[in-house]
Design a protein around this ligand. Sequence first.
Ligand code: FE2
Ligand code: FE2
Length: 268
Amino acid sequence: MTRRLAHLSDPHWGRRWLPGAADALRAFLLDRRPDLVAVSGDLTQRAKVREFAAARRYFDALGLPCLAVPGNHDVPLYRLHERLLAPHANWRRHFGTDLEPAYADPELAVFGLCTAHPFTLTEGRVTAEQVARLEHAILRTSPSQFTVLVLHHPLLQADPTDRDRTLRGAERLVRMFGRVKVDLVLSGHFHHRMMVNLQEAWPRLPRPVHQVFAPTACTERGRKKDRGRTGVVMVETEPTGFTVEFHYLEGREYRREASHSFVRGPHG
Ligand SMILES: [Fe+2]
Ligand SMILES: [Fe+2]
């Protein structure tokens, strides 16, 4: 049976948030009615209560199953006391105490991973403990479940000349991909679209693991080829294969701009 997942990222409620894009996105999602909306972090610009409250209202009004993980902007940057003592307090108040929520049905298993932490400015981190917990959870999935990981920070730099660091501990995750089946990795942070087979960077991976970098959902902060643009990713999976589509807002409508199709092998 077909499963549909919408992936959006970096909406950045706060300054330079685009209400028109958010309205259009709502209409698009309500028309498509995905089985799950996965949000890969940076819901806010400055981790303020009013920004989280606006995001919460938006997803509540949407009325679709939603799974969200924090990004670096969801941890206070300047409120140092809060940053060090309770970095996720505002997130927890609005999006629940579990920073790594999961979703499962007979054909889809989605795991959130929190890579935002208080000690650095933009880069993410994944610890050995987090990887062990995630591996344990993935081992309990069935071969028929399409297994998706949602995290804010990509495992790779978008461009080797970028000064942006990405994810400390990425190697740990990649080693885990060699032991358990992960079909797709959804991330954001860079505010421009990319689709990468992690096997190209880590040739020892026994099977392809594709990572999606989503464009920003509704802020002016698009970068590189997505400067000034907003978009959403739609993933459709069937027992034999899956498709990843990038849709961009043009005027008041979304247009599909790119589509990638993949075969699911005997291990997913
Ligand atoms: Fe962002
Ligand atoms: Fe970010």
